[in-house]
Design a protein around this ligand. Sequence first.
Ligand SMILES: NC(=O)c1ccc[n+]([C@@H]2O[C@H](COP(=O)([O-])OP(=O)(O)OC[C@H]3O[C@@H](n4cnc5c(N)ncnc54)[C@H](OP(=O)(O)O)[C@@H]3O)[C@@H](O)[C@H]2O)c1
Length: 308
Amino acid sequence: MSGILGATLRHTQAEYPGVEWTFSSRADCDLRDAGACVAYVSRLRPDAILQLAAVSGGIGLSMRQPATMLRDNVLVNLNVLEAARRVGVGKLVLALSSGMYPADAPQPIVEATIHDGPAHETNYGYAYAKRLLEPAVRAYREEFGLSVIGLAPNALYGPFDRFDQESGTVVRALIRRFHEARPRSGPVMVWGDGTPRRELTYAEDAARAFMWGLDHYDGAGILNVGSTEEHSIRDIALAIADELGVDRARVAFDPSRPRGIDRRRTDNTAFVERSHFRYTPFREGIRRTVAWYESHPPPAGGAGCPSS
Ligand SMILES: NC(=O)c1ccc[n+]([C@@H]2O[C@H](COP(=O)([O-])OP(=O)(O)OC[C@H]3O[C@@H](n4cnc5c(N)ncnc54)[C@H](OP(=O)(O)O)[C@@H]3O)[C@@H](O)[C@H]2O)c1
């Protein structure tokens, strides 16, 4: 399990002492294969499944491989749904994404607007695959009585992120870029003018939100579970510079480079009213993430797109 959410769950499993965990990866079962998926779930016979597997990535991958994104994400989720109902799994939690919502959805985005307009053209393969999970949850509950729910996080950051990958969230890219630039002198460039705003969720919070969903929520309605604390790219860059000990005066913005979407605010009221969830403050999350990165730096190389 190499995604940030699964890796974080593995790290926080001690918080759930009554739970016997099995963490699975593609090496255990390629979930695109329906037969293999049923056989794997039959063998494990779990009481519950957190289905986190996905083909995801930055804009580059989404634009180069929209069919792979659509096909693999649809196959993986429908195969796990089918396996769960055939094997009689007690609870299934599916991961949607704030990136699935219509490009022009009114903000803050509420769950009910999921099908109200086209997805952003840069990630439509991933977005429509994730959107399909909303009717899938309803249909499997209605026809088969399967206890399945859908939770939609927004961009995750934290320890265990895949800092070695070329693309990713702004936090991952900037931590790596600033860390590599620290021993040198001169400006450290950030793409765009620094004004777009981003919601970011500390991955431990997302892990706890998924565990809350597993234990306490059994509704057909999908829930936005991400933090709605918003920060400009400039503020994110400066916070990371501070934690890494890079002089703020070195942080420079390049407005000629793509700046990404302006903002995508989500509404998590339905989740927070039910769970009374408290999110980790951004500065605290960044502090812990940088501290982890300093003790687990990946091999030197490219730093990816810092404005995604
Ligand atoms: N990370 C975020 O910012 C974010 C934001 C919103 C929603 N989400 C959603 O939350 C979930 C967890 O996100 P994440 O970033 O932790 O995970 P991730 O990196 O997107 O993917 C998780 C894992 O899925 C596995 N996988 C892909 N195709 C598979 C297949 N055919 N069979 C078996 N395993 C397969 C991958 O295994 P390999 O490494 O072996 O290929 C990968 O380790 C995903 O559903 C994602 O779409 C994530």
